[in-house]
Ligand binder design. Structure first.
Ligand code: SDX
Length: 424
């Protein structure tokens, strides 16, 4: 795979350790450290900041220049010229579909939109005040109970069927979470509407405007995949045990829920509401900079993007269009968000630490303008991200793979003998 080598000299170990270095089509080279185990060594990388955990051909992120490619296509072009379901096809199969392939894929997804009554009853069994992510996570895992027996994960066709099933059902489950929280009946999917329009229809019972449906589709598309982020890595790790894909996606949903990850869009809105007024922004920026204060500016910063998140630029444009159509261009939250962005982009703390608005910063304001309640934001993120999760799962299972099993730097007690209760 490579004639490049890394040469490692370690105190206390004789001679040099030679490690292969591999180059991808884009991005940094990687050092294959597997040879260290034979030398009685592990690498140490808490949070996997410097670890390439797998090979993948699905998505490339260039953090320094704000680049995001899905199968080589820039996110800006996909957001401008494609749509969410076409992007799902691209992520899953590696190429853009032709007309016939696209129509066949859409009809397969449409055929799987409805949810079994047992799952509907499960959703209804939750307290109406339950957080929708707890319901979505449980309902997705419950799908494993329905489809486990008919699913052979070593079979390519079965894997693709499960992928289409999950992509199809997520909007329906998310809409059901919302309707249940409002004590309203569930609305069955409307096959006359496309993916995003149907989602908004299942939320409200009304056919959305073209602008709203397009904005919703862009939100799903912008969230579709993002390389080896925490939730995708969770799906890969759980999938590597050979578990059911619905269970692996439920694990991804659980990971996404955290405010440092997909929960940030909900946290952005809660933060803006807590700030309450433009006049208090400086106070909160100071809190974000204060090391002794756990407060962070939600929607800012990213492990990979150290320049700008290309998705947040597209999201901001979409946000402006929807607010203009709704006549809410002077939405106080949007005014606060724009002021916060300007301050953060000029303040030396954020500039030096390369903290820029990420995908979650504007998505919350856009979703709020579409009438989506804040607690449902992360379910929308999960719905958008499902094609990415399941494409990584499918990619991993399409090649030989090993169960993921990291090691550790042990800092606990050395061996000692048990002490009887009477002697303690
Ligand atoms: C997503 O990985 C992905 O691709 C994720 C995602 C996807 O599509 O899957 O892009 C989606 O999760 C976007 C991120 C959403 N999260 C937030 O908006 C929450 C706020 N952001 C932070 O929690 C943070 O920026 C992270 C979690 C996003 C990134 O954290 P890192 O890479 O571990 O960086 P860090 O915590 O080591 O921070 C580096 C420095 C620290 O200061 P020092 O210790 O160096 O002095 O920057 C500071 C941090 O205190 N910092 C912030 C900050 N984020 C980092 N200070 C104030 N506010 C912030 N938001």
């Amino acid at each position: 795979m490579s004639d490049k080598k890394a040469h490692l000299e370690i105190d206390g170990i004789e001679g040099k350790i030679e490690l292969p270095v591999y180059s991808g089509t884009l991005g940094p080279d990687v050092v294959d450290v597997r040879g260290l185990t034979a030398k009685g060594l592990f690498t140490y990388d808490p949070g996997f900041v410097s670890t390439a955990a797998c090979e993948s051909s699905i998505t490339f992120i260039g953090g320094a220049k704000g680049i995001l490619l899905h199968r080589g296509y820039p996110i800006e072009q996909l957001a401008e010229q494609s749509d969410h379901l076409e992007t799902c096809y691209l992520l899953l199969f590696g190429e853009l579909p032709n007309k016939a392939e696209k129509e066949a894929f859409i009809s397969k997804v449409n055929a799987q939109r409805t949810v079994d009554n047992s799952i509907a009853s499960l959703v209804k069994s939750f307290d109406r005040g339950a957080h929708p992510m707890s319901i979505l996570c449980s309902a997705t895992a419950a799908l494993a109970g329905l489809y486990h027996k008919s699913l052979d994960i070593t079979n390519n066709e079965h894997r693709v069927e499960a992928a289409i099933n999950l992509i199809a059902k997520m909007p329906t489950l998310t809409a059901m979470c919302y309707r249940h929280s409002q004590g309203m009946d569930f609305i069955t999917p409307n096959d006359d509407l496309d993916y995003a329009a149907n989602f908004l229809y299942m939320m409200s019972g009304k056919t959305p405007s073209k602008t709203a449906a397009h904005a919703m589709d862009v939100v799903f598309l912008l969230h579709a995949d993002h390389e080896q982020n925490a939730s995708t890595s969770t799906v890969r790790l759980s999938g590597s045990s050979g578990t059911n894909p619905y269970a692996a996606i439920a694990a991804g949903i659980a990971t996404l829920w955290g405010p440092s990850h997909g929960g940030a869009n909900e946290a952005v809105l809660n933060m803006l509401n807590e700030i309450g007024d433009v006049s208090r922004i400086d106070e909160y920026v100071a809190k974000a900079k204060d090391k002794s204060d756990p407060f962070r500016l939600m929607g800012f910063g990213h492990r990979v993007y150290k320049n700008f998140d290309p998705r947040s630029r597209v999201m901001k444009k979409c946000c402006d269009e929807v607010l203009a159509e709704l006549g809410n261009n002077n939405d106080p939250l949007l005014a606060m968000a724009k002021k916060l962005e300007v301050i953060a982009l000029e303040d030396s703390y954020f500039v030096e630490k390369k903290l820029y608005p990420n995908v979650d910063f504007y998505s919350g304001i856009l979703l709020k303008s579409l009438g989506i309640p804040v607690e449902l934001f992360t379910c929308i993120f999960a719905t958008g991200r499902t094609p990415g999760w399941i494409s990584h799962w499918h990619e991993m299972l399409s090649e030989p793979y090993k169960i993921g099993r990291p090691r550790q730097l042990y800092k606990g007690a050395v061996k000692r003998d048990f002490v009887k209760l009477e002697d303690r």
